[in-house]
Design a binder for this molecule. Structure first.
Ligand SMILES: Cc1ncc(COP(=O)(O)O)c(C=O)c1O
Length: 486
């Protein structure tokens, strides 16, 4: 028991040990540990990838009923993140969100959620048949950033419901802004409601007190984290942490429904490594947080550009922010974030995580240092200079999805989604019941959800969004699906 794998990463250790046995593999996957792969592909990726891309073989456990090395790795993650039980996810945070919503709600029961929830949450409602109660979220007029629901707002909503519900909270949002998590959880507790935290962007919060409070520490019952977004694990990997013993069996059953029966061992082992890296990587994360704060100051000195720090907390409902989520507001340059992102890509080979109408969002992490910071600063400086030299267009007003009133829910998302439906052109959709989700991306805030009466304001918003260069999945169809006969 000497290697780093054996000491710290049980799942990775199991795969390495298996591959050292020299078995003749007559099983899936068909690349047969590389022998059956396209030689050029194998050379490109290297032999190790194929040797470790294994399946449920003796000694390698089974994700859907983990009792061996996968369970050991999940237990190491649970111990680190402060959970009673952690499940490894290989279909992203999406899989965890779907499973918990189905475990904790049923047809007709209530799920309380901010209107800024990710589409995965709405998809969970379609699957479970629950009735959504959307909480309006306000945005900051200055920065164009979505905020959070306050404890008082959540409390008032739950008091008015008169029944237990599942509460889904976004912690943090795409811009790294977190709400009063402890207060929101306390409000849910007062009304006997379970809390699912969509912590897709916060898998690193456990590493240091420089980050917002982790959702489990704030008392959430479930927290789902897209490890792949910020940690060093592969795309599609995520953690579902359950704080209590309750519902574990039901959640496990539901994960079996929403996840592949052939989960990738490479993905799962990368979660084992990511947990290990968090555990040993406090310094790196703290350095990234400090770099983020330093960069904010330097970027904000550029003309027409603001990288808000403490100013973020003026956003309605915001209580904390993630210093490694660097938001750069470029509205002073009189260009959109989409245009700014394109400029950086073409002229400086810099790719942003996200752009919206007024902002660029960069994700920083332990991999970034002074060199990366200098490149970013130089790129933003050159872009600002090119704009003030007259290269940029007049800026128009910005459509804000959060100003839209929450529409009337005519049917549950599930009933609308499965009802007979037909496409209608946008101009004829007003007053009809939507059979699909329209969420301009980024940041993916729903403008129309299934089961809602489509309002004129939503259609006007989409027109404005499109005119400003914004997109949404399904836009190219030129029509929206509505419940037939509505
Ligand atoms: C807030 C939020 N929740 C959930 C998800 C889904 O995560 P995943 O892509 O890991 O399934 C995302 C993805 O972008 C997200 O931004």
């Amino acid at each position: 028991m000497n290697s780093i794998w054996e000491k710290r990463m049980p799942l990775a250790a199991g795969l390495i040990s298996h591959s050292a046995q020299g078995y003749l593999g007559c099983h899936t996957p068909g690349h047969k540990q590389g022998r059956g792969a396209l030689p050029e592909w194998r050379r490109l990726l290297g032999d190790r990838v194929f040797q470790l891309d294994l399946t449920e073989l003796p000694g390698l456990d089974n994700l859907h009923d983990s009792q061996g090395i996968i369970r050991e790795a999940e237990e190491a993650a649970a111990a680190y993140f402060g959970a009673r039980r952690t499940f490894f996810l290989i279909n992203g945070a999406t899989a965890g969100i779907l499973a918990v919503i189905m475990a904790k709600s049923r047809p007709g029961s209530k799920v309380v959620l901010p209107r800024t929830s990710h589409q995965a949450v709405i998809h969970g409602l379609i699957l479970s048949g629950a009735q959504p109660v959307y909480l309006p979220v306000r945005s900051s007029a200055e920065l164009g950033l979505p905020g959070h629901v306050t404890e008082a707002e959540l409390n008032a909503c739950l008091a008015g419901l008169g029944e237990e519900a599942l509460v889904v909270l976004l912690h943090p949002n795409y811009y790294g802004l977190a709400g009063e998590m402890r207060g929101q959880v306390a409000a849910a507790r007062r009304h006997n409601c379970a809390v699912l935290a969509d912590e897709a962007h916060g898998a690193h919060f456990c590493t240091s007190s420089l980050f917002p409070i982790p959702a489990l520490e704030a008392g959430a019952d479930f927290a789902v984290q897209s490890a792949h977004k910020v940690l060093g694990s592969f795309t599609q990997t995520a953690f579902l942490h359950c704080r209590l013993e309750n519902d574990l069996e039901r959640v496990r059953e539901l994960l079996r429904i929403v996840q592949s029966s052939s989960p990738s061992y490479l993905l799962m082992a990368s979660l084992d490594a990511a947990r290990c890296q968090c555990q040993t990587g406090k310094e790196g994360w703290e350095a990234a947080a400090r770099l983020g704060e330093k960069l904010r100051l330097r970027i904000s000195r550029l003309p027409g550009v603001l990288a808000p720090g403490e100013e973020l907390l003026q956003t309605p409902g915001a209580a904390e922010y993630d210093p490694t989520r660097l938001v750069v507001n470029i509205s002073g340059l009189r260009i959109t974030g989409f245009e700014a992102a394109e400029w950086l890509r073409r002229r400086r080979k810099i790719l942003v995580e996200m752009a919206d109408l007024q902002n660029l969002v960069f994700i920083l992490g332990p991999a970034d240092g002074e060199q990366e910071a200098d490149i970013l600063l130089e790129g933003l400086g050159a872009m600002a200079a090119s704009c003030s030299a007259g290269g940029c267009k007049e800026r128009r007003g910005h459509p804000d999805p959060l100003r839209l009133p929450v529409p009337r829910q005519a049917m549950t998302p599930r009933d609308a989604f499965f009802a007979p439906h037909s496409p209608v052109e946008w101009e004829h959709a007003c007053g009809k019941i939507a059979a699909e989700l329209i969420a301009p991306y980024p940041p993916g805030t729903p403008v129309i959800c299934p089961g809602e009466m489509i309002r004129e304001e939503a259609l006007d918003f989409l027109k404005e969004w499109e005119a400003a260069g914004g997109v949404w999945p399904g836009k190219s169809r030129g029509a929206i699906k509505i419940v037939t006969g509505s």
